[in-house]
Design a protein around this ligand. Structure first.
Ligand SMILES: NC(=O)c1ccc[n+]([C@@H]2O[C@H](COP(=O)([O-])OP(=O)(O)OC[C@H]3O[C@@H](n4cnc5c(N)ncnc54)[C@H](O)[C@@H]3O)[C@@H](O)[C@H]2O)c1
Length: 230
């Protein structure tokens, strides 16, 4: 059963919730109506207690001997993550990464709808990518207000990140998904989430170095060696 309540969920739990949805969707496809915490934990290499704690945070309680109702649990997790309520977003910087993100259809599944891209380069303005217009930065504030857009995806060069973030905040943007390597200073009333590919790659490289070892010969990876996340 679910409890309809507004709760604040810990970040590590939030990061695990999408994996639970993937496992639960697979269970649903296989015709399962209920799933146990040990089944979910087993599929993801986690401890059952961790799964039960995480699911309690979204307000779904399992039944002893029966497990969690799969459909209800998916709905509750999606609600907690805001996936049930699509948010429009603008991309700032219609370059390689910005256009790639604008073309990724999978975001719809996660409640994100990229409606337009903005760029300071007059040569790019007016073009259409993946069915979305590239607009001049001068129109950003007006359109953000008119369309009630609250999310901006920052894919400008590092040196333009601070200025673009300030412009977005001024235009009423409340959430910035920052793909640039620039660590932005806190902006009042704006949530910033940075995707740090350099940090992630550093972890991959250092793990590869220890895997290969000084001899240059790769040691076999243990089957239960976990993936890490940055
Ligand atoms: N390409 C990747 O795979 C990748 C991966 C991780 C992170 N990044 C980061 O994402 C950002 C974009 O990378 P890219 O490869 O797409 O670069 P890019 O040069 O292809 O695109 C950047 C775009 O931003 C525009 N721009 C520059 N200044 C601007 C401003 N002040 N306002 C609005 N638009 C502006 C440029 O005209 C250009 O279209 C960089 O910070 C990069 O470090 C890129």
């Amino acid at each position: 059963m679910t409890e309809d309540r507004q709760i604040s969920i810990a970040l590590p739990t939030i990061r695990r919730l999408p994996m639970y949805v993937a496992v639960l969707e697979k269970a649903l496809q296989d015709g399962q109506t209920h799933a146990s915490s040990s089944q979910i934990a087993g599929a993801l290499g986690l401890e059952s207690i961790q799964v039960r704690k995480d699911l309690a945070a979204v307000g779904v309680v399992g039944q002893a001997g029966v497990g969690f109702p799969v459909g209800e649990l998916i709905v509750a997790i999606e609600k907690s993550l805001g996936w049930d309520n699509a948010s429009d977003a603008f991309v700032i910087g219609a370059g390689h990464l910005g256009t790639a993100l604008a073309g990724y259809r999978g975001f719809a599944r996660y409640g994100l709808n990229i409606v337009a891209l903005f760029d300071s380069d007059p040569a790019k303005v007016g073009q259409t990518v993946h069915g979305k217009k590239i607009l001049p930065m001068e129109k950003f504030a007006d359109l953000a207000a008119r369309l009630h857009v609250r999310i901006a995806i920052l894919t400008v060069p590092a040196e333009a990140a601070t200025e673009s973030a300030a412009l977005a905040a001024e235009a009423g943007i409340k959430a910035l998904w920052n793909f640039t390597p620039t660590k932005l200073a806190p902006i009042d009333g704006v949530i910033v989430e940075r995707v740090d590919l350099a940090a992630s790659l550093a972890v991959l490289s250092s793990r590869l170095a220890s895997l290969v070892g000084a001899s240059g010969a790769a040691r076999p990876q243990a089957a239960d060696e976990p993936e890490s996340e940055v």
